[in-house]
Design a binder for this molecule. Sequence first.
Ligand code: NAP
Ligand code: GLV
Length: 306
Amino acid sequence: MRISFCCSNTKPEPWLAGFRAALPQVDIEVWAPGAPLADYAVVWSPPQQFLDEQTQLRALFNIGAGVDALLKLRLPAQAQLVRLGDAGMSVQMAEYVCHALIRHFRELDAYEADVAHGKWSYRKPRSRADWPVGIMGLGVLGERVARSVAQFEFPVMGWSRSPRQVDGVRCFAGEAQFSDFLAASKVLVCLLPLTADTQNIMRRETLSQLQPGGYVINVARGAHLVDEDLIALLDEGHLAGAMLDVFREEPLPAGHPFWQHPKITVTPHTSARTLRDETIAQIAGKIEAMQRGEPVSGVVDVKRGY
Ligand code: NAP
Ligand code: GLV
């Protein structure tokens, strides 16, 4: 059995060593044009040429959760596309979102600014009841985030494509309930996959339905958000702030208004990183299962887009 490793911007050696330790019977090599055909591939942003050559591939393992970039390419028709399922990402996402929420809710930036000026100040405590948090996407990451936010006793709303039930979360589903979901939320967290249906989902028309003083946390993909609409709603005062981890163009170009906007906090696509050991263990386990003829979780529905 042969595995081809084709991950851009990724140092291959530790990955190869990890896979060789986990699957000693397997041949794993970094792909180069014309390399022997593989049975399985481990990929991140592979070139089209790689995909075109893979005529005997059984599965393509993406070392991330989001497959939007891969779905823009022509995939080998016979291969299953398998996304990463958690592998240590959901706890990171929960940390990031809870941090962003609590930092804003508790006005920690304002305290930090006061302290920097030697000022001992108090702000009026806020009521959690006035800060309902709406989470778009209740999948692997969204559900974990929703449960974590609920632990801090914020009212939590969740929105998904199909109806879901999550303890402590008021769940909405589908387009028909989207406006009710937005109107019930003051903080909006985006954890949707990027698909034709979800592109530009955070725009003036939708963001203006959030409760006044709203706060936006985008940890999914930059193309979910219409940048100019966010800035306009912040400048007009309908929204109070935003914490953004993902952008239409990454790295965020120098001179983009997000860098300097006083109500926006930027992080460099780091809210939930791929963790090598967890990822290798998950993919190796799935390859073994597929070799035994068993089904695996995380197979992408290419038509649906996630
Ligand atoms: P997932 O398990 O596939 O869950 C996706 C959720 O979105 C599901 O609840 C799904 O509804 C819902 N959804 C999809 N299309 C929808 C629509 N049109 N309307 C309403 N709800 C819709 O995905 P995940 O693992 O939680 O990851 C979510 C995204 O996070 C990834 O696709 C990736 O882009 C992003 N991500 C970012 C980072 C980072 O570091 N910033 C790291 C990892 C992942 P159903 O439950 O009905 O299917
Ligand atoms: C990162 O953005 C991922 O999709 O895993």
